[in-house]
Design a protein around this ligand. Sequence first.
Ligand code: SF4
Length: 360
Amino acid sequence: MTVLEEKKPRLKSDPSQRITSAEALSYYKNMDLLELGARANEIRFQKNPKPIVTFVIDSNPNYTNVCVTDCSFCAFYRKPGSVDAYTLTLEQVLEKVKFASDQGATTVLLQGGHNPELPFRYYLDLVREVRKRFPQITPHFFTASEIQTMAQVSKLPIEEVLRQLKQAGQVSLPGGGAEILSERVRKRISPKKGGPDKWLEVHRAAHRLGIKSTAMMMYGHVEEADEIVEHLERIRQLQDETGGFTAFVPWSFKPNNTPLQKKIVHRPSANQYLRILALSRIYLDNFPHIQATWFSEGKKTGQAALHFGADDFGGTLFEENVHRATNHINRTTLEEIQTLIRESGFQPAQRDTLYNILKN
Ligand code: SF4
């Protein structure tokens, strides 16, 4: 065998056969992008045979930018006492939810900094009041590290925090705050956040209580290829255990205005995004959906992603502030989302937070 043949991996003859992490790494590093995409697309149609691409009408407001966790990739947060630090009252958050509701949103992804001044009751009231006043909206609230913050301020175990949130009406958690689930990476970019095991612990506990969640990945900073595979491996293992993830959502790091900007090892490209997306569709054989992120990667790359294994186009994102803090601004309308999906050769279908189709 020549050196070249050794490097180029071969796809398994049966696309439904699970691939190992070593095979995933080899696919990621050495496989032709179009070959990888074709296999991902094949698997996508095995899982979801109809040429339907879903999207959600949603908004991503924030309740506070005050944070004590100092992640080096974050341009959004402010230290307590900063002149432009803010924390919204319950009524102010509800105004934002009303704005989303008036535009037809069915999902609100609410997240914020780790503000130790906020009592646990604040979060419970947010969920309860949104459920009461806007029954058509699913509160897709609070990432794993915000749940950890609630556990710290309330001195309750994570399971109890989640149980009370569920009692208040929460059925779904967003998958943010995972970055790359590798100890080395997390120590470099978010050392105060609790590490990969904590993120997994929160999602495991949520799934056990019947709360569904998404899994995200933010790549394109200091991670290496094997750490991307490690991230996929850890979420696949948890999904084998609980079955609680609805979708995987990768997106690339936006460096402007962040301390991490100067330390980037691998600057992300559209090629890398499509490679990760396709690999995730192949490797995450137990995930029902892979989401394309038009917002983070651009509309054209988002459209291309629908031919590399993605079967969901994300949301309308009527409000977004985290990427905005890095000067990354991208907007759309409901009509444009539907057009972008159609232009890519698929039929658009509006879904809810849990990926049930509402309208097509
Ligand atoms: S990413 Fe979240 S936890 Fe980290 S500094 Fe920003 S707001 Fe705080």
